[in-house]
Ligand binder design. Structure first.
Ligand code: PXL
Length: 268
């Protein structure tokens, strides 16, 4: 049995967050363990606005203790954290033991948060969590925020963003162009560290976009699938291709809901 661990937020409708992560782990045949960092409950009486509740850092520490004592884990995904106090706790816990892979989905803003608090959280994520990651999966918005590039309009822009984020510490960065990327293709770029002093290796993954609408859980599922495949011993490039295929199928077979977004179906 292979084990994959996720530290992320709960999203109560089941579309995103740790619900999507654990479904993805199951679909890819790995045993999932999870630690909840925050609880997001969209408000059906207020346009499905984000309601966000952080989990007490002490409770995060207890969950981490239970998960890491129960199995010998070497692969972890980090999803939404949400506050500087949560980031402090998760950084301390994750760096307290060795990992083969730490996959970071750098969830930057949750719509329920006010801007001032979000900036502090983004900076803490960049300073404290990004250096622990081996693989980072920013979307278009997150890649711009982390790289400092204003626009990502070409494949070369995606590659340049990936190179800059690689300089912040990880072994590999997957920049997801997503629906914001111009043109008919959903383009992801994998930029991977090679030998010291050598330029990074670049791979471009492309598949025709399936509509133009955002689908909930795509980013969570993508990073969780990479994590599951790495847990099984796959190389990063293979894991990213499996993840791209799973998310593409999951978007093709998306589930409609009363929320503004459809949700990825990992079981397709
Ligand atoms: O899709 C980003 C995301 C991740 N994690 C949680 C979320 C969301 C978006 O709503 O609620 C818990």
């Amino acid at each position: 049995m292979h084990f994959a661990y996720v530290i992320a937020g709960s999203e109560a409708t089941g579309g995103a967050g740790i619900q999507a992560d654990l479904k993805t782990f199951q679909q890819l045949g790995v045993y999932g363990l999870g630690t909840i960092t925050c609880i997001v409950s969209f408000d059906p009486n207020n346009d499905w606005a984000h309601r966000f509740r952080p989990v007490d850092p002490e409770i995060i520490a207890e969950q981490f203790e239970a998960a890491t004592a129960s199995q010998d884990l070497d692969t972890v995904k980090i999803g939404m954290l949400g506050t500087p106090a949560t980031i402090d706790e998760v950084a301390k816990a994750v760096s307290s033991r060795p990992w083969r892979h730490v996959v970071l989905d750098p969830v930057l803003i949750c719509k329920g948060q006010e801007a001032g608090a979000a900036l502090q959280t983004d900076n803490a994520l960049k300073a404290q969590i990004l250096p622990l990651a081996t693989v980072v999966t920013p979307n278009n918005f997150e890649a711009r925020a982390l790289s400092g590039l204003a626009e990502l309009n070409t494949v070369d822009d995606l590659i340049e963003a990936g190179r800059r984020i690689l300089d912040l510490g990880p072994q590999a960065v997957v920049v997801k162009g997503g629906v914001d990327f111009p043109g008919p293709e959903a383009v992801d770029v994998l930029v991977q560290r090679t030998a010291p002093g050598q330029p990074p290796a670049v791979q471009v993954l492309s598949h025709p976009k399936i509509g133009q609408a955002r689908v909930s859980g795509a980013g969570c599922t993508f990073a969780a699938a990479i994590t599951a495949e790495l847990a099984k011993g796959k190389e990063i490039a293979e894991a990213v291709q499996v993840a791209k295929d799973l998310v593409t199928r999951g978007i093709e077979h998306r589930v409609s809901a009363n929320t503004p977004f459809d949700a990825v179906w990992q079981g397709a």
